[in-house]
Design a protein around this ligand. Sequence first.
Ligand SMILES: [Zn+2]
Length: 425
Amino acid sequence: MTPRRITETKPGDWTYVSEGGATIVFSYRGPYNVQFSGHVLRLRKVVHRSSDASNNKLLNTNTEQPDDSMIAFQENIISKLVPSEFLPSLDVVLLDEEWLRSFVELHDGDRPAERRQTDQIDVHRKKGVLATDLIGGTQIAMEIKPKWGFLPLECHLSPETVALKRVTCRFCMHTCFRVKQGDVCTTYCPLDLFSRDESRVRKALRALWAGWYESGGSLNNLRFFVSGRMAKPDDDDSMKILAHFFSEDESTDTENLQESFASSLMQALVDSPVLLLLSTLQRTLDILDVEGLSKLYTQSSPDLPGDGLGSSIPDPSMEEWEDFVRVYTSDYHSWDHAAPSPGHLRHYLMAYLLSATFKDCSIIIRPRLQIPSTTQVGPARSFDTTIIDMDMKSMDRLGKWEKLDRRIAEHYKNSGNQRRCIDST
Ligand SMILES: [Zn+2]
């Protein structure tokens, strides 16, 4: 199929949806077009202060288009581990610099002010991603970023961290660390959400709601989209629509809403295989913890420069990823992970990168289209769940993650907290 061209649409055909650290998403709202209707456009961003340097770099590396490999990564690697019913469709769209400049002029004002100060749409990109629009075409859609759904095994942890890491999950320790830096606190624990225990899943959903409400919608673990636009708790119209959707009495009292939200979604999450799949992938791929991985790296590569885990390791090619998935779905589970073989170092490094992809993804939950039934009473519904944002991670992140892990654990130890997170698997 010939690639779609963004110039077949007008900048005004698109509406701002949301953005993360590296990408920004717009939804197609123009006249019906078989190629674009029902799709979102995902564009890359660049940081302002490095724009001169990165412009030069990008001009020199226009042949290298990470969005292509992102699509290939989902098609060739992720799809072997996640059933297609839980994945959005992804396609390349050819961009155009002049079109992107008018697009930025038109839409930059729709972005949050704090984001606009930091970065901008990268107008030098030649390709973007068109994905299934999971938040449009429905009145309500929710995005949950569940994060790390397991506790690490004891055998690779150091005497300094074992007592912490076996009791408190990584997300709860990280929250404590972030609050110190000025972030909003949340009582959400991923292990509750992943537990498949009705009362714990409900507790996790209540905590996600509270974090969303108290942070004014700025915490990224829960987002609501009303008629295709991100909703904030101070927006009365959106709150009324959420209340109408979740509860029978349509009260916008926040405690009632929190309760009806938790009740509506609890069963859907307990019944869906998606969270169990994610935590199983995270747990089995991050089998050594970053501490065990680091030890194996030092043992296996004593001659490599000691400037951080994975620093001298080239990123895997797509063929190597394909080979990794073959190993992961066969021999990997019979390896002695308590005494990892130095010969398997590269596979363990890749496993860790892939676990990071599954720790960092989001799920979109939207009501399933149903034939109206006269027997349906109340707001109970069934939902469809799709996993999004499964980007390929790079080896040069490993060193940063190792340092961050150490800082988070040290900070948590000194904080004197000891939250008990229960890993039910
Ligand atoms: Zn926890």
